[in-house]
Structures are given as structure tokens and as C-alpha cells.
Design a protein around this ligand. Structure first.
Ligand code: ADP
Length: 478
């Protein structure tokens, strides 16, 4: 039933009630007055004037009480009817109130009785329910969108921060808080930090202010020790604040530095034998009548240095080759056969060396470049023999599990001092330069091994005790 119909019916009911209640009283009162007046007329002078007055007063008092009672009943009924009519609205307000007061996250659904589904209030409740559903959906979509964007920004390696016109931090991602050196909670909603003053904070604040003033994108870079940053500041489109992007370029510069070091080291290593060869060649030129023994000694030195150069160039080419190794060169290879082959090669150079192979399976197959794995094992075996007192004792231990294989090459040689261990895989690093040169090495062997292992998604570690021996362990995925 519609609201208007309810009001109309209730008014009608009230009106009928009023008439029904009023009618007997009015009828009695009129009857009594008429009766009394008639009686008085019949008694003529018998009744006094004061009696008539009393009668009228009684009638007035009775009528007043009657009117008051009618009014009271009418008010009570009106209150009752309107209370009944407004109860659905109260119900709606009561249901929504917890959301309005922030006690619940979602707008609660207003319960609607099936039988009353067609009245105005149920329609209102239905409209509010569907509206709240739409709002909820909208809020959900917006939250998802915001979370997605935040997740993207959080996963960036670049630092990102947004400030408002008064330079209060409105957003900062993890990378940025790390670069600036403040936890996120110390930045969000607070003025952009200036204390303690650091070159990065100063430069960032300066760029954020300038980009807002000029309403243009500004870029700059900064180097602090071994750290290099690129900074980009851009005004927010609405003209209310700015965004700053911090890019850590340290690794790029490190690669550049490493490249420079590599070229310097390689040139130095090549220049040394060239100088020696040049020196001996000039001696030969200056001494045409040289003794046979001296000639043999000089030519032997020239040949050795040529070999050293050739070795160095070969190693440099190998390194460049491994860096560009395509996965297509990988094939299923048996590690045990490779290790046995390496053992034979080593024994051909060091016939008195003792090389033992320990394995937990007769054959262990992995996807790898077999030539490179052979080169890695050979380099480690060669070092084991080179840096041991003859005859060298070397153990190749190959243990495989379901998902990886560990290949340890352990010797009982001179060992490596603890201070050198962390640098041992760096290119051109040698513990004892003179000894390495004498043995024909230039500090490239282990960096070749490490690059090969990394290309196979593996790791390499070393344990060593001076005077007792060294153990290199390669771990490769199966
Ligand atoms: P090199 O060609 O000089 O041998 P490597 O890169 O193979 O270069 O090794 C770097 C340095 O590590 C060597 O100069 C040597 O001092 C040390 N080294 C490597 N392997 C061993 C080992 N098994 N025992 C002792 N020292 C080792």
C-alpha cells in the first residue's frame, strides 16, 4: 500500500472514530438541554435564574472535559499511526547508522520482508540497497585499482615520491624511503625531510621546489662516494605538488668502472710479456755474435712469454665467449664422464699427481655446455696441482640430490689466506703475483670458472686453510 493511501485511510479512520465517539455524547447533551428547557417552560416561574445558570455551567464543563478527552484520544491515535508509518524509515536509519559512524566498513543491507515488497518503504529500502551495492562495487574497484598501482610503484627499483604544494609527502615507495634513509612512516604525511642535511635530500628538495615554480620537468644527477643517482622532478598536472623519481645508477657506473679496470689490467698483462720479448729481441739485434747457450736461453724466454701472451689472449677470448653463451649450446651431459676426462688430461701434465673421484651415483646427467664444464673443472684441477707441492693430492667429490649436484675439488696444497678469499674470483686477482706469473697465470682462471658456473645458474664457494689445502665447491641445478 502506498504512503499516501496509508495517510488517507488513517485520516478516514480517525474521522469515523471521532464521529462515532462524539455522536452519543452530543446527542445526550442536546437531548438533556432540550428536555430541561422544556421542563423549565412547563414549570414556568418555579425555576430560578440561578438554576438555569448552573445548568449551563454543567453543560459547558461537561463539553470541555469531553473535548479534552476527544483531543487526547485523537493525539494518541495520531501518534500511534504516525509512529507505525515512520517505523520503516527508522529501521533504514538504524541499519545505516553503523556505517555512517564508521563502525562497519560496508554499507549494511536493509532487510525487506517478502510480503511488503511492494510498498513505498520497501521500494526505498530496495533503492538504497542497490545504491549501496553499486557504491560498494565502485569503492572495491577503486581500491583494487589503487592497490594495483601502489604494488607497481612499490616494486619499482626507482624511488618515487609525491609531495603537495607545501612539500608535504603524500606518497613514497619503498625504494625511495631506502634511498632517502627514512622509514616510510617517518615520511608519509610529513614535510619533506631536510634534517640531517645530506646532498641527496638537499638536491631532491631543491628539484621538487623548482619544478613546481617553473611548472616543468627537471633532471639532475648526483654522485656520493660509490653511489650515483639520477633525479627527475615533474610538477603534478593539477598544479598541486610535484613528483620525484630517483634512479640508482651505481651499478651502471660500477660496470663502467669494472670495464675500465678490465681494459687497464688486460693491457698491463699484455704489455709485460711484450716488453720482455722486445727487450730480448733488441739484445739479439745488438749482439749479433752471441754464444749458442745465450741464444738458447733468450729464445726460450721469448717463447715462454709468447706462450704467456697467447694464454692470456685465449683466456680473454674465453671470458668474452662465455659472457655471450647462448642456451642453445646446452645439452644433456654426464658430469662423471666429464670429471674422468679432466682427470686424464691433468695426469698427462702431472703424471705423479693423485686424483681421486668420489661420487654417489655412477652417472649424473645435467643440462649444460660440456666443453665449458670441462674448462671449469680443468681450471680448478690445474690450480690444485699448481698450488700444491708435487705430487699433488686432489679429490673430486660429486654428490647429486633430486634438484642439484655439488662438485667439490679439494687439494692439500698451500691454501689461500683468509683476507684474499673474498677477492679470489675477481678478474686478474692473484695472491702472489710473482708466483702466478712464474706458473703462467694472470688471475683469470677462477673468474672464468665463476662465469661458467653463473651461466649454468649455479653458485661457487671456496674454503681454504693456509698450509692445509683448498676446497672449491660448485653447485649446479639438475
Ligand atoms: P691464476 O691464473 O693466477 O692461477 P686464478 O684466477 O686461477 O689465477 O687464481 C687466482 C689466485 O688464487 C691465484 O693467483 C692463487 O694465488 C690462488 N689460488 C687459486 N686456486 C688455488 C688453490 N687451489 N690453492 C691455492 N691458491 C689458489
Amino acid at each position: 500500500m502506498t504512503f499516501r493511501a496509508k495517510i488517507f485511510i488513517s485520516q478516514l479512520v480517525l474521522f469515523i472514530l471521532f464521529i462515532l465517539i462524539l455522536f452519543p455524547f452530543v446527542e445526550t447533551a442536546i437531548t438533556r438541554i432540550v428536555h430541561q428547557s422544556l421542563q423549565e417552560c412547563l414549570d414556568s416561574a418555579a425555576a430560578s435564574h440561578s438554576q438555569v445558570k448552573d445548568l449551563i455551567h454543567h453543560f459547558q464543563a461537561g463539553f470541555l472535559i469531553f473535548s479534552f478527552l476527544v483531543l487526547l484520544i485523537f493525539s494518541a491515535m495520531t501518534w500511534f499511526i504516525f509512529n507505525r508509518l515512520s517505523s520503516p524509515i527508522q529501521k533504514i536509519i538504524k541499519t545505516i547508522k553503523p556505517y555512517q559512524e564508521g563502525k562497519v566498513e560496508q554499507i549494511p543491507q536493509i532487510p525487506i520482508k517478502e510480503a511488503k515488497a511492494k510498498d513505498d518503504f520497501s521500494k526505498l529500502a530496495l533503492t538504497i540497497n542497490s545504491l549501496s551495492e553499486r557504491i560498494q562495487k565502485h569503492i572495491h574497484n577503486l581500491t583494487e585499482e589503487r592497490n594495483e598501482k601502489e604494488a607497481i610503484l612499490e616494486s619499482l627499483v626507482e624511488g618515487v615520491t609525491a609531495v603537495d604544494a607545501a612539500l608535504n609527502v603524500r606518497y613514497v615507495n619503498f625504494a625511495c624511503s631506502k634511498f632517502l634513509g627514512f622509514p616510510k612512516r617517518h615520511l608519509l604525511g610529513k614535510p619533506f625531510p631536510t634534517e640531517p642535511s645530506t646532498p641527496l635530500l638537499d638536491k631532491a628538495k631543491q628539484l621538487l621546489t623548482l619544478s613546481q615554480e617553473r611548472q616543468s620537468v627537471l633532471t639532475d644527477s648526483l654522485s656520493i662516494g660509490k653511489l650515483y643517482f639520477d633525479l627527475i622532478a615533474a610538477p603534478i598536472a593539477s598544479g598541486n605538488g610535484a613528483i620525484l623519481v630517483l634512479q640508482d645508477k651505481s651499478s651502471n657506473y660500477k660496470v663502467l668502472e669494472m670495464g675500465k679496470d678490465f681494459v687497464a689490467n688486460a693491457s698491463h698483462e699484455l704489455r709485460t710479456p711484450i716488453t720482455i720479448i722486445n727487450g730480448f729481441a733488441e739484445t739479439l739485434q745488438d749482439l749479433p755474435e752471441i754464444s749458442h747457450e745465450m741464444l738458447a736461453e733468450i729464445t726460450e724466454k721469448i717463447v715462454r712469454n709468447c706462450e704467456r701472451m697467447e694464454n692470456l689472449v685465449k683466456n680473454l677470448l674465453t671470458l668474452a665467449d662465455i659472457e655471450n653463451l647462448p642456451k642453445t649450446r646446452f645439452r644433456i651431459s654426464d658430469l662423471i664422464s666429464i670429471a674422468e676426462n679432466c682427470r686424464h688430461i691433468l695426469l698427462s701434465f702431472y703424471p705423479e699427481a693423485q686424483v681421486e673421484i668420489v661420487k654417489n651415483k655412477p652417472s649424473i646427467e645435467i643440462s649444460a655446455d660440456p666443453d665449458l664444464l670441462e674448462l671449469a673443472i680443468m681450471n680448478l684441477l690445474n690450480n690444485g696441482a699448481k698450488y700444491s707441492k708435487a705430487p699433488a693430492h686432489i679429490t673430486i667429490n660429486i654428490q647429486s640430490t633430486d634438484d642439484e649436484v655439488k662438485i667439490s675439488i679439494c687439494d692439500e696444497g698451500i691454501g689461500i689466506p683468509a683476507t684474499d678469499l673474498e677477492h679470489i674470483f675477481e678478474r686478474f686477482y692473484t695472491v702472489d703475483k710473482a708466483r702466478s706469473r712464474r706458473l703462467g697465470g694472470a688471475g683469470l682462471g677462477l673468474s672464468i670458472v665463476k662465469t661458467i658456473v653463473q651461466k649454468h645458474d649455479g653458485t661457487i664457494s671456496v674454503e681454504s686453510t693456509v698450509g692445509k689445502g683448498t676446497c672449491f665447491t660448485m653447485t649446479l641445478p639438475i
